[in-house]
Design a binder for this molecule. Structure first.
Ligand code: NDP
Length: 328
């Protein structure tokens, strides 16, 4: 038997969340069974555990959108017993039992080999946020945005994805400008490598279709008017990546920046990103992530502390990233 957070739907439609002892025979289908070492508690997991948003689409459900662990049973030659792996996305915690359990079983195609230079704990310290930031940085590079081309903007800079994006871009030599609603955190952003910090209010209202050209590239985490303004301020031939919707799902823009300045807008999806891209991103993270920064920004919880922490997370009472130690 192993311990898991189990979410069950009550008769009145609310979500019941608690720790249960689970029989491995009840694990979902998959070629690979994993002893989970670490998982994380993300905003999306908070929504699932509290039932505040309809994240869970199959019941009962083990939450947890990512995990790092060791393969203990396998019928897949590529990932034999003893392989150290990372799994994130693919509907874990929504449609398929996720990482907030001591055991998980998943299809082998979902696995990424954990780079040796990255511990399981640091992999989860980076988590989906750092991985999404790296996918965004790699997308700018594929579009040939180079540090010499000019400044690169990161929006939602104090968030999980934004903070990693600032640090990763700065380490690669880009002049990073960070947009935030929390100007009181400007020094923190500068310590991560931001060259300059701007107030997000400058970008959050509907603006003109074409504005003064500022950015050689941008990583946008917030969508809505901010994304439209960022496109309108991007230099000729520049690239903007879009991964988030913190301001809104809407995107009310014109084609002017695309047809008059040849800019590109690249979508970033971490959930179903192809395996080769996942491996590239995790290998880059293993080399570039600042482990001192990771220990400074993460808190480690036991499985028993997760339900309470999920409520606090949604109430905005938690700063930094939450790692869950499944052996604790
Ligand atoms: P966080 O909640 O950690 O950060 C979001 C940040 O967005 C906040 O810290 C804030 O930054 C900014 N923000 C919040 N509200 C507003 C607003 N009304 N207007 C403008 N900015 C706002 O989230 P993550 O960093 O983890 O994720 C960022 C976005 O990316 C989310 O929308 C998330 O759903 C999405 N995401 C998408 C993925 C994908 O695969 N495409 C994967 C992971 C995340 P500040 O305080 O600096 O203003």
């Amino acid at each position: 038997m192993f311990k898991a957070i189990m979410l069950r739907k009550a008769e009145d439609g609310s979500t019941l969340a608690g720790i249960e002892q689970v029989d491995p025979a009840d694990l979902p289908e998959g070629e690979v069974e994993i002893q989970v070492a670490y998982s994380t508690l993300n905003y999306k997991d908070g929504l699932a555990i509290t039932g505040r948003s309809p994240v869970v689409r199959k019941w009962p459900m083990v939450p947890g959108i990512d995990l790092a662990g060791t393969v203990v049973h396998s019928s897949d030659a590529n990932f034999p017993e003893g392989s150290e792996v990372i799994v994130n996305g693919h509907g874990m915690g929504e449609l398929h039992w996720g990482g907030l359990a001591q055991r998980a079983r998943v299809p082998a195609a979902w696995l990424t080999r954990r780079p040796e230079a990255l511990s399981a704990k640091n992999a989860m310290g980076i988590g989906t946020a750092g991985y999404t930031a790296m996918l965004s940085v790699l997308a700018l590079e594929r579009q040939a945005v180079k540090p010499a081309d000019g400044p690169v903007l990161v929006t939602g800079a104090n968030g999980g994805v934004g903070s990693f994006a600032v640090a990763l871009l700065a380490k690669r030599g880009y002049e990073v400008h960070a947009s935030t609603g929390r100007m009181s955190e400007a020094e923190r952003l500068k310590s991560l490598g931001a060259h300059a910090v701007i107030d997000r209010a400058e970008l959050s209202e509907k603006g003109k279709p074409l504005q003064k050209e500022h950015w050689a590239g941008a990583i946008d985490c917030v969508g809505s008017h901010t994304l439209a303004n960022v496109c309108a301020q991007t230099r000729y031939g520049g690239t903007v990546t879009a991964c988030g919707l913190a301001q809104g799902l809407d995107f009310s823009a014109t084609v002017a920046p695309f047809i008059l300045r040849g800019i590109a807008l690249v979508g970033i999806d971490s959930v179903y990103a192809p395996e080769a891209l996942r491996t590239q991103a995790w290998n880059c993270l293993a080399q570039e992530a600042d482990t001192a920064m990771l220990s400074a920004i993460t808190h480690t919880l036991s499985l028993e502390e997760c339900v309470d922490a999920a409520h606090k997370l949604l109430e905005g009472q938690i700063k930094g990233r939450l790692i869950v130690d499944l052996a604790a």
